[in-house]
Ligand binder design. Structure first.
Ligand SMILES: [Zn+2]
Length: 350
């Protein structure tokens, strides 16, 4: 593919979602900051858990399920994502799903992972907070010894539900002393602006939790400003539409606000037409604090190493850019300063 001098790519005729097979680039030690654990549920594990729990799936087999992974937008993905969660019933199911992610992420070079889960999506199916939290947390508790990976858990709230629902769930999480380090905001963005959750984030801050929110994926750049100013978040998940507002870009650069970008997710959900249209190179060139993440890797065509490999194939990122993306991910994490220093040492070959 032709890459123009300004870093933009020539028009790409390949249909969205069909990416070429590429060789994996050298894996760099990095942090994954934007990952929904429910989005790591692979079709094979969906069938395995359904069988274990005696559930009949509405698909004849793996191929029929896989064929449903072609999405036209965020909502069509969310419909399948929530339907597949039905197989998650017991603590063991949540633990098995989490362990499968940790094993795959470790192979991708992930040395620290900040994992979001959606408690409301499980409560609404009659699965208790304890079941989902304890299941995921039990796998995370041994992630260092099992996979050499530090981890922390982020409770994400569904923005298409009410703030009252979110407040109730946050109370529940605090009441059971859930081992969460942060709160996030995800699901259908457009029409559900950050300001809807002002009290939730104020309460989370008071409880000593770190704050992040999805903004500027399908929603406008103004949602990013609102997430920063009204919710007081430290990090923005996605944030790609900041590029439509030059003043905002300058502010994000000045304040070193982390943007956890998910390129393959953006292609699959048609936030961009093809990977060649992705703003990541322009974001890097603008000096934004971006990192590369997988979002919902089972659904979007790949884990963080796959994201890097596809970016490499399309944009020919320099070794410097790839190291910068990895370093950004470490600096932008909620890990302790000591852990960050360890990871940066590892990245720099120390
Ligand atoms: Zn996400």
């Amino acid at each position: 593919m032709d890459i123009f001098a300004d870093g933009t790519a020539a028009p790409e005729t390949e249909p969205a979602g069909e990416l070429p097979e590429v060789e994996a680039a050298r894996t760099l030690p990095l942090a994954e900051l934007h990952l929904h654990i429910e989005g790591t549920l692979q079709p094979e594990l969906i069938f395995e858990l359904a069988e274990r729990n005696g559930l009949a799936l509405p698909y004849s087999g793996l191929e029929e399920l896989r064929a449903l992974y072609e999405f036209s937008d965020l909502q069509s993905f969310l419909d399948l994502y929530y339907a597949n969660m039905a197989v998650l019933q017991t603590e063991q199911d949540f633990a098995d799903m989490t362990r499968a992610y940790l094993a795959r992420a470790a192979a991708a070079g992930v040395r620290h992972a900040e994992i979001m889960m959606d408690p409301q999506a499980h409560l609404s199916r009659g699965v208790s907070l304890e079941t989902c939290v304890n299941g995921v947390a039990s796998a995370l508790a041994t992630s260092v010894e099992d996979f050499g990976m530090s981890t922390l858990l982020i409770a994400a709230f569904l923005r298409d539900l009410s703030e009252e629902s979110a407040l109730e769930v946050l109370d529940g999480l605090l009441a059971i002393n859930a081992p969460i380090a942060a709160v996030g905001l995800d699901s259908a963005e457009v029409g559900n602006p950050p300001a809807k959750f002002e009290r939730l984030f104020a309460k989370a801050r008071e409880a000593g939790l770190r704050l992040t929110a999805h903004a500027g994926e399908e929603g406008p750049a103004s949602y990013i400003i609102e997430a920063l100013d009204v919710l007081g978040v430290e990090r923005i998940d996605h944030g790609i539409r900041c590029m439509e507002d030059q003043d905002l870009v300058e502010r994000l650069v000045d304040e070193r606000i982390p943007l956890t970008v998910c390129p393959l997710s953006n292609v699959r959900l048609r936030a961009v037409d093809t990977l060649a249209d992705h703003p990541l190179p322009a974001m890097l060139a603008a000096g934004l604090n971006v990192s590369v993440n997988s979002d919902d890797p089972a659904y979007f065509g790949g884990y963080v190493d796959d994201n890097f490999a596809q970016l490499q194939a399309v944009f020919e990122l320099s070794e410097f850019d790839r190291s910068r993306l990895a370093a950004n991910s470490i600096h932008s994490s909620f890990a302790s300063e000591e852990r960050k220093a360890e990871l940066l040492d590892e990245l720099n070959g120390g």
